[in-house]
Ligand binder design. Structure first.
Ligand SMILES: Nc1ncnc2c1ncn2[C@@H]1O[C@H](COP(=O)(O)OP(=O)(O)OP(=O)(O)O)[C@@H](O)[C@H]1O
Ligand SMILES: [Mg+2]
Length: 229
């Protein structure tokens, strides 16, 4: 049975005077951890914006569970299909981790009412114990803050996690730990994880490396580390 969650068909994208992608055909599967590599300015953030329903100025089709995302409605797709993780965590520093997660529960319309027990459970799963979860997030380390952001992203139970340089502000040890979390989310929780990184060594920990070839405006599936059933 196919695990396909997103099918990118003949997708092209340009900014005025600059072609970024031309005729991309790519299937993304649940249970697979993808690393997206490419030089600065090659289009990594643009690609994530397109597949996460934040930019609809592409040609071709992006199908989520066989339906074009513009037909589903980008707002609806963003709410239920995809979670986005940023390099700078996007937490409210004056709130603690539980409050950050609960705030997201409050503004998501497809999850249960704010529930501290559920927030603590998600945080614990991501390696944030209750003591840490009760501290202001501005007092946590970068690695811990990113764990909180990942816990928050799990609230909506979206099948796709799109992360734009999530380890960009972290040292090697923390980067490896965050990457291990993504690996776990793909392999144990069946998520389709797409992680942008500049780091070739980190990218090697993914199942599949997608490499943007800027000159030809294409994406090469550059290496497959292991077979995922
Ligand atoms: N709104 C925009 N209008 C015009 N050009 C843009 C716009 N946003 C990005 N670009 C250009 O498109 C190209 C791709 O940008 P993008 O941000 O996707 O690259 P990136 O691979 O994420 O780079 P980085 O590694 O530096 O984050 C860059 O040359 C950028 O200058
Ligand atoms: Mg970028």
């Amino acid at each position: 049975m196919s695990n396909e969650i997103l099918a990118i068909r003949n997708m092209s994208y340009s900014y005025p005077g600059r072609k970024i992608f031309e005729n991309i055909n790519l299937d993304l599967d649940c249970g697979v951890f993808y690393a997206l590599l490419g030089e600065s300015g090659s289009g990594k953030t643009t690609f994530l914006s397109i597949i996460s329903g934040q930019d609809d100025r592409y040609e071709g089709e992006i199908c989520y569970k066989d339906r074009e995302i513009r037909e589903i409605g980008l707002t609806k797709y963003r709410r239920s299909g995809v979670s986005i993780i940023y390099q700078n965590y996007n937490l409210l520093g004056y709130l603690n981790a539980v409050e950050n997660v609960m705030l997201a529960m409050d503004i998501s319309d497809n999850v249960r009412k704010p529930d501290a027990a559920r927030a603590l459970e998600l945080l614990d799963k991501m390696g944030i114990d209750e003591k840490k979860a009760r501290q202001k997030t501005s007092k946590l380390s970068g690695g811990e803050q990113q764990r909180v952001a990942i816990a928050r992203s799990l609230l909506t139970d979206s099948p796709i996690i799109a992360a734009d340089e999530p380890t960009g502000n972290l040292d090697w040890k923390n980067s490896e730990e965050i990457v291990s979390l993504f690996e776990k989310l793909a392999h144990e929780n069946g998520k389709c994880v797409v992680m942008v990184t500049h780091n070739e060594e980190l990218a090697k920990k993914a199942d599949v490396i997608l490499r943007i070839d800027q000159k030809n405006a294409v994406i090469n599936v550059d290496a497959v580390q292991q077979t995922v059933q």
